[in-house]
Unconditional design. Structure first.
Length: 131
């Protein structure tokens, strides 16, 4: 799913500019926060009597969600901003040519940054939480 996000922000940056692409990234982050709030509200509700998943199992399943969510948001925002900057930098460097190269290079670098941030964030918090 994330590579598609990078493609979408590259398309927005290509046709509408850096500011519009950053606006879309901020709105996506805001929607992610809204979903997290909804999940938190549902975690406060009691399970129905016919549900195979009780409150303990639900809370156990999502117990690390907050840490993973914060790490994912941080990584997503950072890597998508980097993606836009690399993409537009390559666009000016190549004088608007080589669209496929610009997109693939910026996306590959940004996905690497995203992965490093998420894995690093989770490893650091796992180390501190479970020692």
């Amino acid at each position: 799913m994330y590579p598609i996000n990078f493609l979408i922000t590259d398309i927005i940056a290509e046709f509408y500019g850096k500011n519009h692409a950053k606006y879309c990234i901020r709105m996506a982050i805001l929607m992610n926060i809204l979903v997290a709030v909804i999940i938190k509200v549902f975690s406060l509700l009691n399970a129905t009597s016919w549900s195979k998943i009780d409150n303990n199992l639900f809370n156990q399943m999502f117990s690390m969600y907050h840490i993973a969510f914060v790490g994912s948001l941080l990584a997503s925002y950072t890597s998508q901003i980097v993606d836009i900057n690399i993409y537009l930098g390559l666009k000016s460097l190549t004088k608007g040519k080589y669209l496929l190269v610009r997109n693939n290079v910026s996306t590959a670098i940004s996905l690497f940054i995203d992965t490093c941030i998420v894995v690093g964030f989770l490893c650091i918090f796992k180390f501190y939480l479970f020692r």
